[in-house]
Design a protein around this ligand. Structure first.
Ligand code: OGA
Ligand code: MN
Length: 286
């Protein structure tokens, strides 16, 4: 029997009573999917998974993405994107600076990811406390709370998401390597509805983010900049946010339509952090 316990924040629930290393029966899987749609982020504590088991459970949701940066995937597993600060033989084993701005995964793609499944292999600990939390914000709650006038301004409008703009942002960890022409060609600027409809729940979700959204199409440049800035401030308020403190073995799923997330950089080597992510294929936002 699975048990779903809401976090008490605007989003998020813990799910216990299921071992994700084993095949999950259809009824249990349906309960998990329902919990994800309802709570937007779900965490399964205390899982022990091989890479194959992580991938097999992820595939229950559908097709998986292969990340644009294959050099950041687990060797031999193009489905497993590694997020880590660890350097081995002089080379980073994964992406060292993923997600330090509010964003949702693949928001700059024609078909942004439906959801991501993140497994905590190693969590940095300082004085017995975990570091490197992840913040999640509910885009259904953030949209719902907007003034009617802002809802009207956004209705029917598109916003441009730019992988290149997000990639090139200044980061505490220093500049990133230049993207190759092939990587740039794969990631043209992408207009999407500024407010999208969740394909399963039908709820409206604010779909602009600090990491990648550069403009709201059809507004004068100044108005677009100011509106985006006020939306970015609005959506990160505590009342819309769940802050996840990681424990090794946590397996967490977030919905990339109804939420956005941001990594907290409050640790450095020799404290090690190593996470792996599978990324669900999504559909064209509407
Ligand atoms: C990601 C991401 C945040 C984190 O993997 O998509 O944004 O806390 N990670 O590592
Ligand atoms: Mn991310």
């Amino acid at each position: 029997m699975i048990t779903v316990t809401p976090t008490g924040a605007a989003l998020g629930a813990r799910i216990t009573g299921v071992d994700l290393s084993q095949p999950v029966d259809d009824a249990t899987f349906a309960a998990i999917e329902n919990a994800l749609h309802q709570h937007e982020v779900v965490v399964f504590p205390g899982q022990t998974l091989t890479p194959e088991q992580h991938i097999a459970f992820s595939r229950r949701f559908g097709e998986l993405e292969h990340h644009v940066r294959l050099d950041r995937c687990r060797p031999g597993y193009p489905e497993l994107f590694v997020v880590s600060n660890i350097i081995e033989n002089g080379k980073p084993i994964g992406s060292q600076d993923a997600g330090f701005f509010w964003h949702s995964d693949l928001c700059y793609a024609a078909e942004p990811s439906r959801g991501s499944l993140f497994y905590a292999h190693e969590i940095p600990m300082q004085d017995g406390q975990p570091r490197g939390d992840t913040l999640f914000a509910s885009m259904t709650a953030a949209y719902e709370a907007l003034p009617d006038s802002t809802k009207r301004t956004l209705a029917g409008r598109k916003a441009v998401n730019s992988y290149i703009a997000g990639y090139s942002r200044e980061r505490k960890s220093g500049p990133r390597p230049q993207l190759t022409p092939e990587q740039r060609a794969k990631t043209p600027d992408m207009p999407h509805p500024a407010v999208r409809t969740h394909p399963v729940t039908g709820k409206k979700c604010l779909f602009v983010n600090e990491g990648y959204t550069t403009e709201i199409v059809g507004l004068p440049a100044e108005e677009s900049r100011e509106l985006l800035q006020s939306l970015f401030e609005h959506l990160k308020q505590d009342r819309f946010v769940y802050r996840h403190r990681w424990t090794q073995g946590d397996f967490l799923i977030w919905d990339n339509c109804s939420t956005q997330h941001r990594a907290v950089l409050d640790y450095e080597l020799p404290l090690r952090r190593r996470m792996e992510r599978t990324t669900l294929r999504g559909s064209v936002p509407f």
